[in-house]
Design a protein around this ligand. Sequence first.
Ligand code: CTP
Length: 450
Amino acid sequence: MKKVITYGTFDLLHHGHVSLLQRARALGDYLIVGVTSENYDKERGKLNVKKSLAERVADVLATGLADEIIVEEYEGQKIDDIRRHEVDVFAIGSDWIDKFNYLKEYCRVVYLERTKNISSTMIRDASLRVISLGIIGSGRVANRFVPESKYVSGVDVAGVYNPREESATAFRDRHELRFATSDLDHFLSLIDAVYVASPHPAHAEHVREALLAGKHVLCEKPFVLTASEAAELYHLAATRRLVLLEALKTAYCPGFKHLVNLVKSGAIGQVKDISASFTKLVEGRPRELSGQQAGGSVTELGSYAFLPAIKFLGLDYHRVSFHSWCDNEGVDLFTRGLIEYPSATASFKVGLGVKTEGSLVISGTRGYAYVPAPWWKTEYFEFRRENLNDVKKYFYKFDGDGLRYELDEFVRLVNDENRRHFCMFSPAESIAAARLVETFREGKNTTKIH
Ligand code: CTP
């Protein structure tokens, strides 16, 4: 029996796929089709796949052309598959010409001519409404956001608002956007959705204005500075069926999401303690250290540091306390905190004027998860147990600045009228993070270090 194997994402199955499968089938007696897993697609930067793995497998099965379907989960798997299944022919479309010559060592390699004028990308683009997005603010993160947006399909950064006209214009020119304005109402009339990247104290007002104008909102962290404002804004978004998402990149990146799922599935037993640190030394008097702009270690970096506690231990802590080293203006340059839960604790360190190891350790009754620095760009983690040799290692991709992951989720939500929230970082979790920031800013349970 002559076995043929082929691979693909097979998203939104089209006649190009069917023609390829027919011709691949004709090269032998038995066709194995490898369909890429969601994780593998994300890992190789394909963020825009519409259908789930189960749906794509069902679509390929329905063609009646595949004798066997396997899932492609990792780079290098093709060699393993070809050996394991004793494959005679590897077939793939001509868009991959010469890319798989290395497989000639294991079987015959055939490049089949690709069907012209059709691709999943074309169908996706045709079916996808392109969201016109405007940016409020034109500082550092906004500058990083525009290039990242190019990796996400279905969204177009159209323009920018800044109350200072010349800043807006310079930003528009730098990123070749269509418009720049210092008139907020005019700005809101020109776009479908907003990315709020203004100074922290302005977030609440900008988010409110955008929601009242009927726009979906992606807002930089820290979302807002009080829990009641956060709750009010999520309520406003819900009543208007608008998407409101806090742009905390860690919550959306593939590595951290998988860490959450593994730990929640009991991989290290019951979580009893968490220790998370994030420090970033800054020089001079940047915005991060401006009291007027709500600067300081907790407001700048706390959203990251609180995330593991909120994700793994929940919202119902009974006490939080802080030890802070502040400058003359009362801006915290370093804060160490403890969040106490009924049956667990979470400690964190954040600093703009102190440097420490930026790792995350989640301690459980059966072992612990160790995520090395920078854990907030989760590319790698280990599960360790009593037996030092029993270590499980996990690797992920974290592309670019990582802002593409939150934007990708935002676009998906905007396009799916039935889903207004992202289950991995819910409004309640974002409100809990705002409450922690608020408690700190009120000076509650805080000991000053000199
Ligand atoms: N294919 C083809 N003709 C097309 C489109 C795809 O022969 N018009 C082939 C590809 O070469 C590959 C297989 O079908 O061998 C699966 O390709 P896949 O990447 O899933 O399809 P695309 O439509 O190219 O997807 P995308 O636009 O997301 O890259």
